[in-house]
Ligand binder design. Structure first.
Ligand code: GUN
Length: 291
């Protein structure tokens, strides 16, 4: 039986610590940290993620200062909204929920976010800091995975880590963070040859491909740590009910793995916890107080 890496429980602990700090800061400094989630359009999955983030903020006392813009908003209108949030001194963190409607240039918009408020860690300045190994705001999903691995005492130094997926949101920063922790990192993707051979060589396997149950038992080394970033909605052919599954076939892989994250309750809650922490880091840095 693999050890279950319980992101939900760890996130709850982290958020309890955040609540205590936020309450004391509110009294001492006259305001709580503020997070603005900017959503454009009505992508139902995005709307659910945003609700999740806003609920978590509320639970720890962080102010939700988000904006919801209509699908047909122009590049200039979204840019103007970002500029206003950059200027707003009550806003410590800005997150532009992705994906944006296809007529918008997401990269150009992300580049407008003040790097000191970039709680998603997607601005070139923060990505550059990550490449250099300098302090900076880090992408929430890979940061959450690093925290989960640390909490369970999973050694990374000298181990082989295989990251499946090369997105700017997860795969690329994940590879860099694992490298920063002295793992030997392979970044694999849809064009990689002999994929099963690669994944089977991994001590740490991170699956971020967005394909339900993509990783099966023969793709996993006995005793490996398996991190499942996928959140895929599938319809059960027997019951007709829809449910969330990861990129890893949990039932098949769990007997082979040494440790594994569940979906839901693994990586997802850790992403939200890191978003809250990043907002607090940004607040402290902006107020020049210690964390
Ligand atoms: N869409 C899905 N996950 C994320 C995330 O972590 N950040 C942003 N900005 N958009 C997302």
């Amino acid at each position: 039986m693999a050890q279950l890496l319980d992101g939900k429980a760890l996130a709850k602990q982290i958020q309890a610590d955040c609540l205590t700090k936020v309450q004391s800061w509110q009294v001492r400094y006259g305001r709580a940290p503020g997070l603005a989630v900017l959503m454009v359009g009505d992508n139902p999955a995005s709307a659910a993620y945003v609700r999740n983030k806003e609920r978590a903020c509320q639970q720890v006392g962080i102010a939700s200062l988000g904006k919801h813009l209509p699908t047909e908003s122009t590049q200039a209108e979204v840019a103007q909204e970002i500029a206003a949030l950059n200027q707003n001194s009550d806003v410590d963190g800005i997150l532009v929920q992705l994906p944006l409607p296809p007529h918008l240039d997401a990269t150009a918009l992300l580049n407008l976010i003040d790097p000191d408020k970039d709680v998603d860690g997607l601005h070139p300045t923060n990505l550059g800091r990550l490449v250099r190994g300098e302090a900076g705001l880090r992408s929430c999903t890979p940061a959450g995975i690093m925290r989960l691995l640390a909490a369970y005492g999973i050694d990374l130094a000298g181990k082989k880590a295989v990251v499946l997926g090369r997105s700017i949101l997860v795969g690329k920063p994940m590879g860099l963070m694992l490298l920063g922790a002295d793992a030997t990192v392979v970044m694999a993707h849809s064009k990689s040859q002999s994929l099963a051979e690669l994944t089977r060589s991994a001590d740490i396997l991170v699956a971020a491909v967005g394909i339900a149950n993509f990783i099966n038992a023969p793709m996993v080394k006995l005793g490996a740590t398996v991190i499942d970033v996928g959140i895929n909605r599938v319809t059960d052919s027997e019951t007709g009910q829809s449910r969330l599954v990861g990129d890893v076939d949990f039932a098949a892989v769990e007997p082979v793995a040494g440790a594994i994250t569940p979906v839901p309750g693994g990586v997802g809650p850790m992403t939200v916890a890191m978003l809250i922490e990043n907002t607090m880091v940004s607040y402290c840095d902006r107020l020049q107080i210690s964390r």
